[in-house]
Design a protein around this ligand. Structure first.
Ligand SMILES: Nc1nc2[nH]c(I)nc2c(=O)[nH]1
Length: 274
């Protein structure tokens, strides 16, 4: 079934993808899904043992990577919890952004596939800009709510889904039990691909946003509609446009991502093992 065909039900494609993943990984049901945004790539190996790895592009509904050579893999990871219980994590190998112009169905396909694979929880991570001068590159922030400024939704038809507590309070408490210093913030998703103008950053801030990015909110809406619990964690890799009096050196942004890598991967691994 083809997601680009309007007569296709996107949930049928998610079911086909989940069946494919179960068959190829040999893991019949997964419990928690992870979407690793920029800077978060190193977390998978710290979480547990990779029991299977499959090319993401071969899974129904997932597209060939935009940039050839970035062949991503989707991994099934076995987690042994302190109490001996075993959980299976599905680390999705790719994320489609709205700005790729492949349609909002593809943006939501990963989380819908995770739900169809049995996941009751999805952890959405991202790299983003901070509207607070005190939240420097490298700052990790727990999402407490979002502003979907994209004008788009993954839900088709009269799906009047409740979005209260879209970022599950219980999961935020678990994350804070791992790192009590984690601040919470509101994430505003812009369509992109351009970064915000200083005026747009000011607007987002006046609307209550602490972070600006180009992912996560639309995925969270789809995840909530699919009745998954959602934990959103952002890595502020830069100060949003207009916040810093001096233009941020791109090297500082890259360095912040590199330095934060081990620390945030360790944090994520600890949270998942709770
Ligand atoms: N919209 C938006 N997305 C981002 N992603 C990263 I990394 N930094 C930014 C940013 O400043 N704005």
């Amino acid at each position: 079934p083809d997601l680009d065909d309007p007569t296709t039900d996107p949930f049928d494609v998610a079911a086909a993808a989940a069946e494919y993943i179960a068959a190829k990984t040999g893991v019949s049901g997964h419990d928690v899904a992870l979407v690793l945004g920029s800077g978060w790539g190193g977390a998978a190996e710290l979480i547990g043992d990779v029991v299977a790895e499959i090319p993401t592009a071969d899974i129904p509904g997932f597209v060939k990577p935009a940039v050839e050579g970035h062949r991503s893999t989707t991994r099934s990871i076995r987690i042994e919890r302190p109490d001996g219980a075993v959980r299976h994590a599905l680390v999705l190998g790719s994320r489609t952004h709205l700005y790729e112009g492949r349609g909002v169905r593809r943006v939501a396909h990963g989380v819908r596939t995770a739900a169809a694979a049995g996941c009751e929880t999805v952890i959405l991570t991202n790299g983003c800009g901070s509207v607070h001068i005190g939240w420097r590159p490298g700052q990790v922030v727990l999402l407490k709510d979002h502003l979907n400024l994209t004008g788009q939704t993954p839900l088709e038809g009269a799906k009047f889904a409740d979005m209260t507590n879209i970022y599950t309070p219980r999961l935020r408490e678990i994350a804070r039990s791992v790192d009590p210093d984690l601040p919470e913030g509101v994430y505003a998703q812009f369509h992109g691909p351009q970064y915000e103008t200083p005026a747009e950053v000011k607007m987002a801030s006046l609307l209550g946003a602490d972070l600006v990015g180009m992912s996560t909110a639309v995925e969270a809406v789809a995840a909530r509609h699919s009745r998954m619990d959602v934990l959103g964690i952002s890595l502020a890799t830069n100060l949003a446009a207009g916040i810093s009096p001096t233009p941020l050196a791109h090297e500082e942004v890259l360095e912040a991502g590199r330095q934060a890598g081990p620390r945030i991967s360790d944090l994520l691994a600890k949270i998942v093992k709770q």
